[in-house]
Structures are given as C-alpha cells and as structure tokens.
Design a protein around this ligand. Structure first.
Ligand code: HEC
Ligand code: HEC
Length: 160
C-alpha cells in the first residue's frame, strides 16, 4: 500500500518536471507573462485531490502564508534561469513538511473533530487550521500557562 503510493508519487514528480520543462521551453506566455485569468492547472499534487479547483487551491495557499507569517517562497522556489516561480518543484524541504501538516490537519478534522457533537461549539470552533497551532509563526511556540492560574489544579476542594 505504502510502496504503491511512493511509486505513483515518484512518477508524478517525473511527469510534473516534464510538464514544467515544456512550459519553460516555450518561454513566457504572450502578454509579458502577466498573471491574468485563472491560475494554471496544478501538476504535482500529492495531498490535495488532483482535480481540485485551482482557485480553491490558491485560497489554501494564501491561508498558509497568513497562518505561518511567511511568503510563498518559504515553501516554493523560483527558477534562476526564467526568473519565474516553479510552484510544482519540491526542492524546498518545508514544502514536504507542509504536505505532512496538510494531511495531518485534514485527518484531525475529518476523523476526530467531525465526530464531536458539542452544542457549545460554533462552526469555527469545529475545525483545526494551521493557525490553531502556528499562530502566525513558522514554528509553533511552546505553550506556557499564565503564572496566575488556579491555586489548586483540582479547583476548590470540597470540605470534608
Ligand atoms: C507552508 C508551505 C506553503 C506556502 C507558504 C505556500 N505553499 Fe503552495 N504548496 C504547498 C504544498 C505542500 C503544495 C503541494 C500540495 C499537494 O501536494 O497536494 C503546494 C502547491 C502549490 C501549487 C500547485 C503546484 C503544482 O503545479 O502542483 C501552487 C500553484 C502553489 N502552491 C502556489 C502558492 C502560492 C502562490 C503561494 C503564496 C501565496 C503558496 N503556494 C504558498 C505549500 C505551500
Ligand atoms: C496540531 C498542531 C499543528 C497544526 C494544526 C499544524 N502544524 Fe505545522 N507544525 C506543528 C509543529 C509541532 C511543528 C514542529 C515540528 C517539526 O518541525 O519537527 C510544525 C512545523 C511546521 C513546519 C516546519 C516549520 C519550520 O520552520 O521548519 C511547516 C512548514 C508547517 N508546520 C506547516 C503547517 C501547515 C501548512 C499547516 C496547516 C495545513 C500546519 N503546519 C498545521 C504543529 C502543527
């Protein structure tokens, strides 16, 4: 199962690099490479569904930059020759870490949070996002409880 997944991932990377090579070989698109219209179809997705709406994918990407306090280049590289971003490239280790994080976050929401029937929870309480842990940082800060917490961890003890 795992082995099969790896294999198909490897062939995907290969297809993706062929694709982007073809794109670069053709040079920038007419109109000076300005980015109008819908974003191009992704070629190297391993976590998101391959037929995801590119606009939808971009919403996630923008959320990551805000939730981690970074720019796109924290996870993505540019091509030195073409001076264009190569979003399909997996050259940055942080992109691969982000894949694990995306899968983890999806799993927490789908497998666990969706099963909780808590009338206190508003819809926005019922999902974990990158920001839930990262809070605008690339590395989540360890939580330190404020010093003036309850005096006794069990609360007021009933008198015997
Ligand atoms: C925290 C890391 C991270 C940040 C920041 C980030 N991305 Fe991504 N991006 C990813 C990951 C991971 C994938 C691959 C998802 C998958 O495998 O399903 C991806 C995929 C993409 C793709 C699809 C590439 C392809 O052809 O497969 C595009 C386009 C993209 N990102 C654009 C952006 C843009 C634009 C920004 C900034 C607004 C951005 N990303 C910020 C992690 C990031
Ligand atoms: C449950 C808490 C949690 C959630 C949710 C979470 N992360 Fe993380 N993230 C962590 C922790 C803890 C680390 C440090 C682990 C490590 O680097 O070994 C980390 C590390 C990372 C790193 C590496 C940072 C660095 O400087 O090396 C990236 C990139 C990242 N997360 C992206 C994401 C993205 C994107 C999402 C949302 C899809 C996300 N994380 C959601 C807890 C979380």
């Amino acid at each position: 199962m795992l082995r099969k997944r790896r294999l198909s991932a490897a062939s995907l990377v290969l297809t993706a690099s062929l694709f982007s090579f073809a794109a670069f070989a053709q040079g920038p698109p007419a109109g000076g490479g300005e980015h109008h219209g819908p974003p191009p179809k992704p070629t190297n997705l391993k976590v998101f569904p391959k037929d995801i709406d590119p606009e939808e994918l971009m919403k996630h990407m923008h959320a990551y930059t805000h939730d981690l306090g970074v720019k796109c280049t924290f996870c993505h590289v540019g091509d030195e020759k073409t001076h264009h971003m190569n979003f399909a490239s997996d050259a940055k280790p942080d992109k691969e870490i982000a894949r694990t994080m995306i899968a983890m976050t999806m799993e927490i929401n789908k497998k666990y949070l969706s099963t909780i029937n808590d009338p206190d929870a508003k819809p926005e309480n019922k999902v974990v996002t990158c920001g839930t842990c990262h809070r605008g940082n690339t590395m989540p800060a360890p939580f330190k409880a404020p010093p003036d917490g309850p005096q006794h961890p069990m609360g007021a003890m009933p008198k015997p």
